[in-house]
Design a protein around this ligand. Structure first.
Ligand SMILES: [Zn+2]
Length: 403
């Protein structure tokens, strides 16, 4: 069963130390809010924390077995320095790992029809149980369902079944409705018997201030790029060359890197860079030709165009690094080092920065309502230093570029 313990959390030493301290003292607060960027392990940490609290061998757990022979064993367990984490072996740990512990409640956003809700939730939990690198992917409208919170709030009136407390993990707690927050707040203000809330969010300001103020905050940081690359290569099983590009693209977000792992990152990278070349050369006709190619990205969607621009950014950052004399290991595209050096020779750092700003602007426009493929085309023209309407542009079937 691939479950992660608090002692195994990646790249979050201060959050992990704090949570282990809470477990060791055996007197958790009524509510915690795990906040920090997306994809850095807040959800994994929340479940690891819940399992540690529900472990039968950590402090605060009720004595379940009081037989004399077992007493000795449990006294020995209490004396161990491992008191601050789940043991992974007791009944509590096993049931929590299977999401079958009656005192572990796990709420997360879902999308789709209400009548398929039970199935959707069961499928997600199965995915989470079976795939250690399971990534939650939400549609825009995904939410924590009212029916689920209603049922939970009803249950909270009763004492926990077997552990010293009931742990309620709410993933992406910012995806609730106003009336759910009222119910949640009521429960935080008048806690029933022994409930520990663990809320996670990447968007804390979307939670009502009244809820935030009642939670103890646990902060999570972006994961450092070298750690991301190492995890991708050594644990997730991504080939080293791809891991480097994915790690650089992911911006500290492991979930995003894992989500992209099947997208053939090197091939995508090469295609994206092929499109960049005419822009780097300042060649309008070549750019026009590649524009026709990348229109197909437009049909694939905003996400592909966004990734393409991000790859271009990485390339330009590598050029700056080469200019600054960085070592080969520091380059995301080190497999194309010779090419980077050739281009860096011809380009002024100020010019590279100007191009980076153009791309940054284009990325922002893609998030807005403008047509994504035209944005990319216009950005590439500006990277090339060509004003649209100038130079030798092939004629456009629709009568010219007018934007
Ligand atoms: Zn245990």
């Amino acid at each position: 069963m691939p479950t992660v313990r608090l002692s195994e959390l990646l790249g979050q030493p201060s959050a992990a130390a704090f949570l282990r301290g809470v477990v060791a003292r055996g007197r958790p607060a009524g509510a915690y809010l795990f906040q920090g960027p997306a994809g850095v392990g807040k959800g994994t940490a929340a479940l690891a924390f819940a399992r540690a609290l529900l472990c039968e061998r950590t402090p605060g757990a009720p004595a379940i077995d009081a037989g004399p022979s077992l007493f000795e064993a449990s006294a020995a367990a209490t004396a161990r320095p491992g008191d601050d984490d789940a043991c992974g072996e007791c009944g509590g740990c096993r049931r929590a790992a299977e999401f079958q512990h009656p005192d572990l409640k796990f709420l997360f956003p879902v999308s789709g029809e209400e009548r398929e809700l039970d199935q959707t939730i069961a499928d997600t939990v199965r995915g989470l149980r079976e795939d250690p690198w399971f990534v939650f992917a939400y549609e825009k409208a995904a939410s924590i369902r009212l029916s689920v919170t209603r049922e939970l709030i009803r249950e909270l009136a009763y004492p926990p079944f077997e552990a010293g407390w009931r742990v309620v993990v709410v993933r992406d707690a910012d995806r609730m409705r106003e009336d759910q927050y009222s119910a949640l707040l009521k429960s935080l203000e008048e806690p029933g018997p022994a409930t520990v809330w663990v809320l996670t969010t990447a968007r804390p300001t979307r939670l009502p201030a009244t809820i935030r103020s009642r939670c103890q905050k646990v902060r999570f940081a972006p994961l450092p790029e070298p750690l991301l690359c190492e995890v991708l290569a050594t644990r997730v099983g991504v080939p080293a060359g791809e891991a480097r590009v994915l790690g650089a693209l992911a911006g500290g977000n492991l979930a995003r890197a894992i989500g992209l792992r099947d997208s053939e990152p090197l091939r995508t990278r090469d295609e994206a860079l092929a499109l960049l070349q005419p822009a780097l050369r300042g060649d309008p006709a070549g750019l026009w030709k590649s524009a026709q190619n990348f229109m197909k990205f437009g049909r694939v969607g905003r996400e592909s165009l966004r990734r393409m621009l991000e790859i271009h950014q990485l390339w330009l950052r590598d050029l700056l690094r080469v200019k600054a004399g960085a070592a080969r290991e520091a380059l995301a595209h080190r497999d194309r080092e010779a090419e980077l050096h050739r281009q860096a020779e011809r380009l002024d750092p100020r010019e590279i920065r100007r191009r980076l700003m153009v791309l940054e602007e284009a990325l922002r426009s893609i998030d807005g309502n403008v047509t994504a493929d035209l944005t990319v085309f216009s950005a590439m023209s500006r990277v090339a230093g060509i004003r649209l309407g100038e130079g030798k542009w092939p004629s456009h079937p629709a009568g010219g570029w007018d934007y």
